[in-house]
Design a protein around this ligand. Structure first.
Ligand SMILES: [Zn+2]
Length: 446
């Protein structure tokens, strides 16, 4: 082994000597030199690692070995396979067993190395996950090439990033580890945002397009955060840095009374609340826009939580009503809208706002919105209690966690693909990816 290592070292030294040793700096393109030296170093390391692994025949575990299905598989010699590693394509020669019953073969070493599921090493798969969580598959492919000197085409990035995302999603469903919680008040904000999907994913769904068909599917998102500090200028609570976590998916929230189980998205929210210690918080608050599913969820699953409609949605609503009464862009509309918004901030103000709306010639829908939500609009009372009255955190997450990656031009997602990438992005945003990765590696050893 020593001789081989010396040989590699000498070869690398010679390569690098050839690149920089002959005074090529003067007219040189330093980038060409550094890139070539990197390739030489990677190749040398690649050769050494492969040499060590291939010289170790401990993966030959006798003439017979049980396959995954418990059958008797027979040793069939050593076979080579090339996998993509952070050191470049690496050819490994492993003990091969063949199962006649399954009519398939396997290499025990592939499982040990974490390359049984695909041709990417764990190190490369992590790169692919990080890149594709942040950038389009095409950009990820390019970035991995530029940064890691690895050629992985966009389609391969897509396939493996989505497979990894599905693992993350599965892990999220199965592992609910309570995290430290020291806030007096915890907030959960719920919201939805549409992402562009393939035609096949919206078949039979009503949409907002001119032809009445949907071109998007709604990603529902739950954010949990605390806001124990106050802005010294306004005296109003602001989100504690690093306190927000997010969980999102294209999932249904509706469950009929006859369904024995909660809906997928309800279960998702509950897992996140459990993780965050929501039930241990002295005060629990749920914030959203006026969407009925949010309050249905709250009354069914979070009795005792304070329900608040995001104040900015309500203000927007008031200005929309003002436009409907007085005409868009008129001074009257602005004056009425402003007066109503001021009223909203006062104790008992929402009752006056409702009375004003009822006296005006507006549609019943607007009246119903305010009537149904009036107890969720007692902003003066909420503020006196030191509570947040805005769902800015979850709306920000709709943009940063979902929109930034999934709503780019020309994208057409499958529901499965979108949910995989969303799972990855949530894991990154919540700083939980590394824990997932550790569990993943531990499962392989087990
Ligand atoms: Zn078998």
């Amino acid at each position: 082994m020593k001789a081989f290592e010396d040989e590699v070292e000498t070869a690398l030294a010679t390569d690098i000597e050839a690149l920089v040793g002959k005074g090529v700096f003067g007219d040189g393109d330093f980038e060409a030199v550094e890139q070539a030296a990197r390739i030489a170093a990677l190749q040398a390391a690649n050769g050494l690692v492969a040499h060590h692994i291939n010289a170790d025949h401990s993966d030959m575990q006798g003439a017979r070995l049980a396959c995954d299905h418990g059958h008797d598989a027979r040793y069939a010699g050593r076979r080579s396979r090339t996998v993509t590693t952070v050191l470049g394509p690496m050819t490994l020669v492993r003990a091969w067993y063949h199962c006649r019953t399954c009519n398939a073969g396997f290499a025990p070493r592939d499982r040990d190395l974490g390359i049984d599921a695909g041709p990417l090493s764990p190190g490369v798969l992590r790169m692919v996950g990080y890149a594709a969580g942040e950038y389009s598959f095409a950009t990820s492919s390019k970035m991995i090439d530029v940064m890691a000197a690895l050629r992985i085409d966009a389609k391969t990035v897509e396939r493996h990033a989505e497979a990894l995302g599905r693992e993350v999603a599965e892990d999220e469903r199965n592992v609910v580890e309570p995290e430290p919680m020291d806030a007096r008040t915890l907030y959960v904000g719920l919201d939805g945002t549409g992402i562009p999907v393939r035609k096949s994913e919206t078949a039979g769904r009503k949409g907002k397009q001119a032809d009445g068909l949907a071109k998007t599917r709604e990603v529902k998102l739950a954010s949990v955060w605390s806001a124990e500090r106050c802005d010294p200028k306004t005296g109003r609570p602001v989100r504690d840095p690093g306190s927000a976590s997010h969980s999102a998916a294209i999932e249904s929230i509706a469950s009929r009374d006859t369904d024995p189980e909660s809906s997928q998205f309800a279960k998702r929210i509950l897992r996140e609340l459990k993780r965050r210690g929501f039930y241990r918080a002295e005060r629990r608050v749920i914030i959203g826009d006026g969407a009925a599913w949010i309050w249905n969820f709250a009354s069914e699953h979070l009795p005792g939580a304070i329900q608040i409609v995001d104040i900015f949605h309500v203000r927007q609503h008031l200005f929309d009503i003002a436009k409907a009464i007085y005409g868009p862009g008129t001074d009257m509309a602005t004056a009425w809208g402003t007066r109503m918004c001021d009223q909203l901030d006062r104790p008992g103000g929402v009752d006056i706002v409702i009375a004003e709306i009822e006296r005006s010639p507006v549609c019943n829908k607007a009246v119903a919105y305010f009537r149904n939500n009036c107890n969720r609009m007692r902003y003066a009372k909420f503020r006196k209690q030191g509570l947040c009255v805005s769902s800015g955190v979850v709306e920000g997450a709709c943009k940063s966690v979902i929109g930034k990656r999934l709503k780019q031009g020309g994208m057409h997602w499958t529901v499965q693909g979108a949910n995989a990438i969303i799972a990855l992005r949530c894991a990154f945003a919540n700083n939980r990816f590394d824990d997932f990765w550790e569990r993943r590696a531990a499962r392989r050893v087990a």
